[in-house]
Design a binder for this molecule. Structure first.
Ligand code: HEC
Length: 162
């Protein structure tokens, strides 16, 4: 009887040790994954903004050319970049006021769906004003956005393909 007890006890201890070993291995893996994650490249707020700037410009020329398919594509790109900021730059305080850009973006989107050049122009102006309002609110007011005069993308044709 005592022998059986002893065997059970020894086996129990062994199993317990085995478990501590496994926990250690797992902890080491978590540690090294955390180090890898901290080193992974993540675009900065300014990187996203530069991309938004390009799409903001293209959106204008798409609208001016009544190329509604392209305009739709560009406005969705802008929306996706703002969503990416919310996801990847959640710790920046500026991200908290990002909601202010949603209503003007929605208005531009409505103008595009209605294929309405006048509404497109007025909602694009409101959008641009909202970009600047946010810059002022978050103390980046020296970054002034405006309606582009000419496309910096000479390698892209903004006319509709029909
Ligand atoms: C949530 C507030 C917010 C909104 C909305 C916003 N921006 Fe910005 N923007 C910023 C911040 C913050 C920076 C500075 C980023 C940094 O730290 O590098 C910036 C920087 C910029 C820059 C300078 C980038 C550079 O490196 O030269 C441009 C251009 C820009 N934004 C364009 C736009 C456009 C166009 C819109 C509207 C479609 C817009 N932004 C909407 C907050 C905002």
């Amino acid at each position: 009887m005592r022998q059986i007890l002893l065997i059970t006890l020894t086996f129990g201890l062994f199993a317990c040790n085995q478990q501590t070993d496994n926990t250690k291995i797992l902890q080491n893996r978590i540690d090294s994954l955390e180090i890898k994650l901290a080193d992974t490249y993540k675009p900065g707020f300014g990187d996203f903004m530069s991309s938004i700037q390009a799409h903001h410009s293209k959106l204008w020329f798409a609208g001016q050319n009544e190329n509604w398919k392209l305009a739709d594509f560009e406005v969705v790109e802008i929306m996706e970049y703002f969503e990416a900021i919310q996801k990847f730059q959640s710790e920046r305080k500026e991200t908290q006021v990002i909601g202010m850009i949603i209503p003007p973006l929605d208005s531009v989107n409505i103008a595009i769906q209605q294929k309405n050049p006048a509404l497109f122009k007025s909602s694009y102006i409101s959008l641009t004003n909202a970009c600047n309002k946010c810059h002022q609110a978050v103390e980046f007011g020296f970054n002034v956005v405006k309606i582009p005069d000419s496309s910096p993308f000479s390698n892209q044709d903004f006319r509709p393909v029909e």
